[in-house]
Design a protein around this ligand. Structure first.
Ligand SMILES: [Zn+2]
Length: 296
């Protein structure tokens, strides 16, 4: 034990004035983009974990009893909000330890309503606002700022680190935003038909038009009438590509693609993914390349 303490002391001296001998706070995040934003703010100053398994998205996530332990252990819980983590929210009721802080990253963002479903029916009011704000880098910056403010409040000893890390990361996000803006500004064909209603914030940011969605939310399969309507939209609006998402089955897209001779292009709304600090930038650039290729 003594040796360990000595070792830790030596390590702190090596790491410089900002490292803390005190135990790091435990920060629990919900899914991949929220993990990524939080990890970039926290750096090595806090211990950051992701609650959802990398292959399960928040729409279909079912709360597990083992999650309660992770929630009870967390000093800070970070979620996107706007109702996408309902399963987790139930577990948070009374499950957080005293003094723990819950950060809702989307706080203060003006939400967009859900788009109409494949049948053209307006979204149910009880579905709530569209939660996919992270797909607009400008709103991602707002989420990073909310996470920064929460961590600075809960762990004041590392406030300077969080501030500096957040500034550096927001610069990267601004560069990413510029890059996407430049690559898409002069595109003639900006009509998107995403698989589910995940891209309205992205579309609003870069001037894309969402002409419809295949499924209003994952798992809500379109009826035969919806499919007929989708085919009409594709033909009337000269949609040139079908967009699938790696998380969800694309059987219906495959049959539309065969019938209408349209390519299927994968764009990733980032609802699943491994926890990593460069996740967001990597996937956004991949999506950009796929869009440019599909729509030119
Ligand atoms: Zn979604």
């Amino acid at each position: 034990m003594k040796r360990l303490t000595l070792l830790a002391g030596a390590l702190c001296a090596l790491l410089g004035p900002f490292s803390q001998a005190a135990e790091k706070i435990h920060v629990l995040t919900t899914f991949a983009p929220i993990y990524c934003f939080t990890k970039n703010v926290a750096g090595d100053a806090a211990d950051v974990q992701m609650l959802l398994p990398p292959d399960t998205g928040p729409h279909e996530y079912a709360f597990r009893p083992s999650d309660l332990r992770k929630i009870a252990d967390a000093d800070v819980i970070v979620e996107n909000g706007f109702g996408i983590e309902t399963a987790v929210d139930h577990g948070l009721q009374g499950g957080m330890k005293q003094g723990a802080l819950r950060i809702v990253a989307s706080r203060g963002i003006e939400p967009l309503a859900n788009p109409p479903d494949a049948g053209g029916k307006p979204a149910d009011a009880e579905e709530g606002p569209n939660p996919h704000v992270w797909l607009d880098p400008e709103l991602a910056i707002k989420e990073v700022e909310n996470i920064r403010d929460g961590l600075m409040q809960r762990d004041a000893a590392n406030a300077e680190t969080y501030l500096a890390n957040a500034n550096a990361y927001c610069t990267k996000l601004r560069n990413l935003d510029d890059e996407i803006g430049r690559a898409t500004v002069s595109m003639k064909n900006k009509r998107l038909l995403p698989f589910h209603d995940s891209f309205p914030y992205f579309a609003a940011r870069y001037g894309f038009e969402i002409v419809g969605t295949v499924e209003a939310f994952p798992g809500k399969e379109p009826t035969a009438r919806d499919i007929k309507r989708l085919r009409d939209i594709i033909q009337e609006r000269h949609v040139t590509a079908l967009f699938s998402e790696p998380q969800y089955s694309a059987k219906i897209l495959e049959s539309l693609s065969r019938d209408l001779q349209l390519p299927i292009v994968v764009i990733d709304p980032m609802e699943t993914g491994e926890p990593s600090a460069d996740f967001y930038e990597t996937v956004m650039r991949k999506n950009l390349q796929a869009l440019v290729k599909a729509l030119k």
